[in-house]
Design a protein around this ligand. Structure first.
Ligand code: NAI
Ligand code: 1J1
Ligand code: MG
Length: 262
């Protein structure tokens, strides 16, 4: 499992602003607008308690502070507890938290204690990046390429299928590729075969690998919506094809979680 590093989270506010600019350019709405439209919710004055967690690989420096900045950016009042783990959870609830945000190495959750709704970061991230991609105003068709069918990619790809897109898909794991494409009704599209040169204007990518998108399949001005870290495409190709890149390490997925539990 690829965990975030403090370097990924540097300048989280400017990363969010840049992502918001790109999302608006691609869809006509900002991240809040997409979440509001998609989940049908708006933040009131819910207080968010962020609990640092020490288990497994432990606390990621700036993870909790980044969540605090992200919650504020999307209009939520939040605080980080002084204590971690169970003591931190107790502290959060005692101090009036209505929504708890906390993560160990496997699960990053948002739990609304008032209405009981709970969200997991992986599907929330996949679905919102897929939703953003699906709203590309200048798409040339309803064909979409989905790359990576893991914990983030699978729910995103499923969302695109359910929205009625013609989804082509690839995963480096052959068994998973076969299983997922037949289960979801996706057309397998082998990116490792250079003869596959169909061009896409909408690409959704969720892998932990760099440079997964080859030059042969990208069209000028295509959208690549990708939560995957590191980046799916080289800077050189991004410039050459004027790619609209939606990529941000934590905030878009967290916004999706928060709006989904309102
Ligand atoms: P996962 O391990 O469950 O799935 C990754 C999938 O990518 C696997 O099925 C693997 O076979 C496939 N893959 C690996 N290399 C590939 C290649 N070259 N071409 C095609 N497929 C390839 O991982 P998960 O949990 O789905 O996370 C994916 C990425 O998203 C990670 O980098 C993770 O850190 C990142 N992430 C980002 C978030 C954000 O808010 N930006 C939130 C959560 C995760
Ligand atoms: C661990 C989070 C690991 C990731 C979104 O409280 C702390 O500081 C740590 N226990 C947080 N998960 O890196 C996922 C979540 C993107 N990657
Ligand atoms: Mg994100």
């Amino acid at each position: 499992m690829a965990l975030l590093t403090p370097e990924d989270l540097e300048n989280i506010n400017s990363q969010l602003q840049e992502a918001d600019f790109s999302v608006r350019k691609v869809t006509g709405l900002d991240i809040k607008g997409i979440c509001k439209d998609f989940y049908g919710t708006t933040p009131g004055c819910e207080k968010v308690g962020i609990v640092p967690v020490t288990s497994g690989n432990g606390i990621i420096g700036t993870f909790s502070e980044s969540l605090h900045a992200i919650a504020g950016y999307f209009g939520f009042d939040s605080f980080v507890t002084d204590m971690p783990d169970v003591s931190g959870y107790y502290e959060a609830v005692r101090n009036g938290a209505e929504i708890i945000l906390m993560a160990d190495d496997n699960t990053f959750l948002a739990h609304n204690l008032k209405n009981g709704k709970i969200a997991n970061n992986q599907p929330c991230t996949g679905i919102i990046y897929a939703e953003i991609a699906s709203r590309y105003l200048k798409a040339d068709s309803r064909d979409v390429l989905a790359v990576g069918f893991g914990k983030v990619g699978f729910p995103g790809a499923a969302h695109l299928v359910h929205k009625g897109f013609r989804v082509y898909g690839y995963d480096a794991d052959k068994d998973l590729l076969e299983k997922t494409t037949s289960r979801l009704g996706i057309t397998p599209f082998d990116l490792s075969n250079p003869d596959n040169s169909k061009k896409f204007s909408i690409i959704f990518e969720a892998t932990p690998c760099a440079d997964t998108i080859p030059e042969s399949i990208i069209s000028e001005n295509c959208v690549i919506s990708t939560p995957g870290i590191p980046c799916a495409i080289s800077e050189e190709l991004q410039k050459k094809y004027r790619v609209e890149l939606i990529m941000e390490p934590l905030g878009i997925g967290t916004a999706s979680m928060l709006y989904s539990v309102l």
